[in-house]
Design a protein around this ligand. Structure first.
Ligand SMILES: NC(=O)c1ccc[n+]([C@@H]2O[C@H](COP(=O)([O-])OP(=O)(O)OC[C@H]3O[C@@H](n4cnc5c(N)ncnc54)[C@H](OP(=O)(O)O)[C@@H]3O)[C@@H](O)[C@H]2O)c1
Length: 388
């Protein structure tokens, strides 16, 4: 069967989505964007993506690629994963580049919900005589999923929260005494390090900080390196956040001992002793006081503080008490659950979410989508609870 115009458009948008992925972990607080340029005859004459914050946007990267190939962009169609911007940020407006190049048609797969964008770019292009269309269907859905942290942040001012936990086959994240190392395999932990290297911030509760004394840095080379050499450090340093109402984080903790490897933020309450807060500040942690009449209000205030610092993608690494609070406050957007082939069988061992929760199965939360994949001997279950 001959490919229809729609099939061809879908194929170019899928290619643009794949290109956009290339920037993952390097463009925040910008969105991931990919672009494909085709000639009036349908030949691909340019490709580009936003590779790094501060560098060319996908539109200009595709136009540069087109010119490098010696092709003429006049009359071309540009396929984009996101609507083009019409404002000046670290880069000039993409709409200027599209109009100057004489692009005839722009097909984009998702709208930009930020206040400064929100349809302005497509409007500017239409005023300039460009035919503009918003794609629908599978590519549009994929384009929205590509930028969930950016989209939630644009709409709410808060980061997207992905809760990651490792649990036993019988659903426990630690033994009754608190021991949890290691439930998941080295391969699963390596995958977590890669995910850490792509996020903006990693959060734990003070219970986990005290029990495990974690480092929480992104070390993508760790856990597979059989040579014994130093694990490769990530080029990004996510902010390491501890939810610690009373500012109890020990001054000799691994987190504070490694502030040179990445910032540490302590979310405390107004009730925390001033001396404890000052000691943490002296140890070069940033101490943020989350105000509010009750824990949910404080949690919302804390997430607002993270969002106001441009942090869009938060990896919540537990423990179960803090994660339960996030869940009760409706602040978990997606989950990564590593299920490991080990059984504890112990009453009193915590499960991934130790919150108030639901008292009837009928009132339980059903994710929008669930995927699973084997990671070595573990099973990774990814659940998406909401879409932005
Ligand atoms: N298997 C896994 O994936 C995994 C991951 C992480 C941890 N763990 C295990 O889990 C255990 C620790 O978990 P945990 O539940 O005891 O501690 P946690 O969830 O890490 O921390 C809980 C503490 O966080 C503080 N907090 C600050 N703001 C909060 C808020 N809005 N809601 C709730 N708590 C808030 C509270 O102490 P303050 O009021 O004093 O601030 C609370 O007691 C350890 O055994 C650890 O090894 C397992």
């Amino acid at each position: 069967m001959a490919a229809t115009g729609t099939d061809i458009e879908s194929a170019h948008l899928r290619r643009a989505l794949a290109l956009a992925e290339e920037g993952r972990g390097r463009v925040s607080p910008n969105p991931l964007v990919g672009a494909v340029l085709t000639s009036p005859g349908g030949e691909v004459i340019g490709e580009g993506f936003h590779a790094r914050v501060g560098e060319l946007h996908a539109e200009r990267a595709a136009l540069a690629d087109c010119r490098e190939r010696g092709a003429d962009p006049a009359g071309a169609t540009m396929y984009l994963t996101l609507e083009p911007c019409a404002h000046t940020g670290r880069q000039p407006p993409c709409t200027d580049a599209i109009l100057e190049a004489g692009i005839a048609r722009v097909i984009y797969a998702s709208e930009d919900p930020t206040e400064k964008a929100s349809g302005r770019g497509p409007g500017v292009l239409r005023d300039g005589g460009v035919e503009v269309a918003l794609a629908t269907g599978a590519e549009a859905a994929a384009a929205r999923l590509l930028n969930q942290p950016f989209r939630k942040h644009a709409r709410t001012g808060r980061p997207l929260v992905t809760y990651k936990a490792a649990m036993t086959l019988d659903g426990r994240v630690a033994a009754p005494g608190g021991d949890s190392r290691w439930i998941s395999s080295a391969r699963s932990r390596q995958l977590v390090h890669r995910r850490r290297s792509q996020c903006d911030a990693i959060a734990v509760g003070i219970g986990t900080a005290l029990a495990d004394d974690p480092l929480l840095t992104a070390r993508p080379g760790e856990a597979t390196d059989a040579t014994g050499s130093e694990p490769a450090a990530s080029e990004r340093s996510p902010v390491r956040v501890v939810f610690d109402s009373m500012a109890r984080l020990p001054l000799d903790s691994a987190l504070l001992a490694s502030v040179d490897d990445g910032p540490v933020m302590v979310i405390s309450s107004p009730e925390a002793p001033t001396r404890a807060r000052d000691a943490l500040t002296a140890a070069r942690a940033e101490v943020v006081i989350a105000p509010g009449p009750d824990p949910p209000a404080r949690l919302a205030a804390a997430l607002g503080e993270l969002g106001s610092r441009g942090l869009q993608d938060l990896l919540l690494e537990g423990g179960p008490t803090l994660a339960g609070s996030f869940f009760d406050a409706d602040e978990i957007d997606s989950m990564m659950l590593f299920v490991a082939p080990v059984l504890l069988g112990a009453a009193g061992a915590p499960s991934p979410l130790e919150g108030r929760g639901a008292s009837r199965i009928a009132d339980g939360t059903r994710p929008l989508a669930v995927e699973h994949e084997p990671i070595g001997e573990d099973l990774l279950i990814k659940a998406r609870l909401r879409e932005w």
